[in-house]
Write a protein that binds this ligand. Structure first.
Ligand code: NZQ
Ligand code: ZN
Length: 386
């Protein structure tokens, strides 16, 4: 097992009716900017619960943060933060609203010229404006990690950022919010969390016995709850297990002491930036090709995954490893997610070359757990995903 240091300061309030605890968790005398997305919280009652809990606070609102939060929109919120001397941010939404809030937490205290540089140069953020979250969509794990991904529409770029200053102070996880989530987003949440675990697991063995089993147990739980929550979003137990699995998939715990990959995400972000494909779906497009091209490096873990997660008992280690890849694609498809780029856009030709060129220009010359997936390999992976 590799050495590690681990600190996660986010307080989680999990369960039914936890939103009322906002009253106690929010710092006294805070001047709050309440941030939300396209308005789903006004239809499902979450907004009313939040406003009630904050009735004794000074609250200003900023709605309209789009899925794949846009820099241009967030810069309007930044003006309000500065003009109104906001002291606390509250994100009420899914990964997009929470990520947008993290960017704002960093941008509010940024001393440099243009906040876009935080993203462009991936400047680590050690201090941000304090913020909390009310999670409305289990998927990204953003509610308990310190990362964010922001899009710039005019240049079709999507960059990640983060740092120890960007953990939420608290996150409220009430599984009852799952009831109003459309099926497309439930499927996305399952696929995104599943891939988060894979990115931190499907590498090479380092005798991280517990980390492997933690990862496998999250995958198995997602597989078990997937049909239940897809069928009935009001199934509280399924929703609770789904939600907590998504959080644990990316709160930093399972990646300690083991290598991680993240190439699928880095390539996937380009597909969202270029074509607007939902984040989780881009991962489903890339996973099989990435594992197929890098089969030699990953086959031991692939075989272990096939055996332990999918109960594949027949065949050689290589055959099991291949079965593991097939099972993964079949899982995405069982959620109604298409796994080829050409099923999302007719204009896919040239995508592989374009992404490879972007990576080359950005100096992203070696992705993956070994740092050896070159832009040329990325081109091959994307072509295999057409
Ligand atoms: O905008 P509203 O009206 O709120 O509607 C949203 C949105 O249309 C809707 N929704 C959310 N909760 C709902 C609901 N509809 C009904 N009932 C509810 N309770 O769902 C739609 C999608 O929301 P979004 O926040 O975009 O989804 P998700 O949570 O999947 O977030 C995706 C974003 O997170 C980034 C992705 O790149 C993408 O930009 N990621 C963030 C990560 C992180 N910070 O750690 C890691 C991930 O890998 C990912 O990259
Ligand atoms: Zn993801």
């Amino acid at each position: 097992m590799n050495n590690f240091q681990f600190k996660n300061p986010t307080k989680i309030l999990f369960g039914k009716n936890q939103i009322e605890n906002l009253t106690n968790e929010t710092p006294k005398n805070a001047k709050i900017l309440l941030l939300y997305g396209g308005g789903s919280i006004k239809k499902n009652g979450i907004y009313n619960q939040v406003i009630k809990a904050l009735s004794n606070f000074e609250v200003i609102e900023f709605g309209g943060i789009p899925a794949n939060p846009e820099y241009e929109v967030l810069m309007d919120a930044l003006k309000i933060i500065k003009k109104e001397n906001i002291t606390f941010l509250l994100a009420v939404g899914g990964g997009s609203v929470i990520d947008g809030t993290k960017f704002l937490a960093a941008a509010a205290l940024y001393k440099g010229e243009e906040p876009w540089n935080i993203l462009k140069n991936n400047e680590r953020v050690f201090k941000g404006l304090p913020f909390g979250t009310v999670l409305t969509l289990p998927a990204t794990g953003s509610e308990m990690n310190s990362g964010a991904v922001i899009t710039r529409k005019e240049t079709k770029e999507k960059f990640a950022m983060g740092g120890p200053g960007l953990f939420p102070q608290f996150s409220i996880l009430d599984p009852q919010v799952v009831a109003s989530i459309p099926q497309r987003q439930i499927a996305n949440g399952l696929a995104d969390a599943f891939t988060h675990v894979l990115e931190q697991y499907m590498t090479y063995p380092v005798n991280g016995l517990l980390q492997d089993r933690l990862a496998e147990s999250i995958l198995q739980t997602l597989i078990e709850v997937a049909p239940k929550i897809m069928k009935d979003t009001t199934d509280y137990d399924a929703a609770a297990n789904f939600m907590w699995s998504c959080t644990l998939a990316l709160n930093g715990l399972i990646q300690q002491g083991v290598p991680s990959d993240w190439a699928i995400h880095m390539i996937g972000h380009e597909l969202t930036a270029l074509y607007g494909i939902d984040h989780a779906r881009t991962l489903a497009i890339i996973t099989e090709s990435h594992y197929t091209l890098n089969f030699e490096d990953k086959k031991e873990k692939l075989a272990q995954y096939a055996e332990r997660v999918w109960n594949v008992t027949e065949g050689t280690a290589e055959e099991k490893a291949k079965a593991g890849i097939e099972k993964t694609t079949a899982f995405f498809q069982s959620l109604g997610i298409k796994t080829k780029l050409s099923e999302y856009t007719k204009d896919y030709k040239g995508t592989a070359e374009l992404i490879s060129k972007r990576f080359e220009e950005r100096g992203w010359k070696g992705l993956g757990e070994h740092g050896k997936v070159t832009p040329n390999d990325v081109e091959k992976i994307v072509k295999m995903s057409y």
